[in-house]
Design a protein around this ligand. Structure first.
Ligand code: CMP
Length: 258
């Protein structure tokens, strides 16, 4: 059906895609020439959690389900949405599984082309980064006991309370702890925890690990680190909803003092 969507023709189609709207016509034609079309049947796994990422996808027809830990569905994505960008932007393994929920037609764009396009287009880079922040928070919460059982809409509401931060390499987290931050969740990058009693022994922290200010004194970044923060205010807002308060308690997220 999309056989005709090659070269310039798919460039024209791409002009209607909202997150690409700031690319120039030449960039869109270039992008169009690099796309391939993938069809999926209901139940086909397009991306598997934990695997390395080599491409991202744009849904042109149908619906896919995003899930973590085999079963918790965290989102459904439809025509006009994209997925598979996180592993490419962050250089981390796939953080969720994406399965076709219906028959789907997808555009596939290889990692090297995404990296190239993002390097020439600040607008595309920003669109990809905005998506990962919201999605990383949703995926983090879906793995926490308490939050995993919540309705996806409620989890998405909680995810919106998180803010992104970039931490430079070679600093102690205590020195650069973002003011007012109650909880910091690692998204990508290298950072190590060292106990004063055994300074040679270092424990690497991984995406999804969360930290409070108390632990920050023992942690140093070794590369640029992308993280999500939840402020005291954000946490209080979540605690204002009974279901979310219970989820925070079950998930062992530190509670505010009042
Ligand atoms: P990636 O980690 O490369 O592969 C799995 C994809 O699932 C991920 O990129 C995102 O595109 C998508 N994804 C992960 N979490 C969410 C979420 N909370 N909402 C929507 N999509 C998500």
């Amino acid at each position: 059906m999309f056989g005709w969507l090659t070269g310039k023709r798919s460039g024209e189609f791409l002009r209607t895609v909202s997150f690409l709207k700031e690319l120039s016509p030449q960039q869109l034609d270039q992008l169009g020439r690099r796309l391939s079309t993938v069809r999926a049947k209901p139940g086909d796994i397009i991306i598997r959690e934990g695997e390395a990422g080599d491409a991202m996808y744009y849904v042109t027809e149908g619906e896919v389900a995003v899930s973590v830990q085999e079963s918790t569905v965290i989102a459904r994505l439809k025509a006009g949405d994209f997925f598979g960008e996180m592993a490419l932007v962050l250089d981390e393994p796939r953080n969720a599984t994406v399965t076709a929920a219906t028959s789907c037609v997808l555009f596939k764009l290889k990692k090297a082309d995404v990296v190239y396009m993002a390097s020439t287009s600040p607008a595309l880079r920003t669109a990809l980064q905005h998506a990962y922040v919201e999605r990383a928070a949703g995926a983090y919460l879906a793995r926490l006991p308490g939050f995993a059982e919540l309705a996806p809409e409620l989890r998405a509401e909680a995810a919106a309370a998180f803010r992104p931060v970039r931490l430079p390499a070679g600093v102690s987290l205590e020195e650069i702890w973002p003011p007012g931050t109650e909880l910091l969740v690692v998204v990508s990058g290298k950072l190590f925890l060292t106990r004063p009693a055994s300074p040679r022994e270092r424990v690497e922290l991984h995406p999804g690990n969360s930290l409070t200010h108390q632990r920050a004194a023992l942690i140093r970044t070794e590369s640029l680190v992308e993280a999500l923060t939840l402020s005291a205010k954000g946490l209080q807002a979540l605690e204002g909803r009974e279901e979310l308060r219970q989820a925070l308690r079950k998930g062992n997220v530190p509670q505010t003092s009042n």
